[in-house]
Design a protein around this ligand. Structure first.
Ligand SMILES: [Zn+2]
Length: 210
């Protein structure tokens, strides 16, 4: 069974499909995403973003990101993070590729960006660990939620199947183990979960640009 991992920082060769975060550079021909992580916003972010924009249209770039907001760990100000996020969101619209979002303590900022931009591409909150109420708010705004090794079980149960993704991110747990955890929390089979994430990827154009 093929499993889809929509976001990882560890290149893997296990027969599954992984979208590896390549930061501001492409990683070979394998599916990847490109963007500036909010932890890595430097004084040179404009040049870095130009690099991202320069490679974003490449066939192996499946998504834009991860980008987003971190009000605890980012060296950039809130305003700067907002500005840089909007640039990524505009790039996602221009290239018609989904956006992979890092979100820590900034839900209102993200919702503000969603109202301001009126995006057509899927906005995927990666590594979602929030509670059900936060999940509900993001789902109401049309977002997708991606779960990894650690998640809130109540929140995991309320995500509609057609808005769910699975990822390994920094985890060392093999992907089938992560799928098993999420399937158990949602009381479905791993096969059902795998079929659903594959369908969702097709529907939001994550992998069909290849
Ligand atoms: Zn990540």
């Amino acid at each position: 069974m093929q499993l889809l991992d929509i976001h990882t920082h560890r290149a893997k060769d296990d027969g599954n499909t992984h979208i590896t975060d390549a930061g501001t550079g492409t990683a070979g021909n394998a599916p990847c995403s490109v963007g500036i992580h909010p932890w890595k916003i430097s004084a040179d972010w404009k040049e870095e973003f130009d690099k991202v924009a320069g490679i974003a249209a490449s066939a192996n770039v499946a998504a834009i990101g991860e980008c987003g907001f971190d009000l605890i760990k980012s060296p950039a100000t809130e305003e700067e993070q907002y500005r840089i996020f909007l640039l990524h969101a505009e790039l996602s619209e221009a290239t018609q590729k989904p956006l992979i979002i890092h979100l820590v303590k900034a839900q209102q900022l993200l919702l503000r960006a969603a109202r301001e931009l009126r995006h057509t591409q899927a906005w995927i909150i990666h590594g979602f660990r929030g509670k059900a109420q936060q999940a509900q708010q993001l789902l109401s705004a049309g977002m997708y939620l991606s779960l990894g090794e650690h998640f809130n079980a109540t929140a995991a149960r309320i995500i509609p199947a057609e808005r769910l993704f699975v990822e390994s991110d920094e985890s060392t747990m093999p992907l089938p183990g992560i799928y098993a955890r999420i399937a158990a929390a949602r009381e479905c089979s791993i096969e059902e979960l795998a079929a659903q994430t594959a369908t969702n990827a097709l529907q939001c154009g994550l992998l069909n640009k290849h």
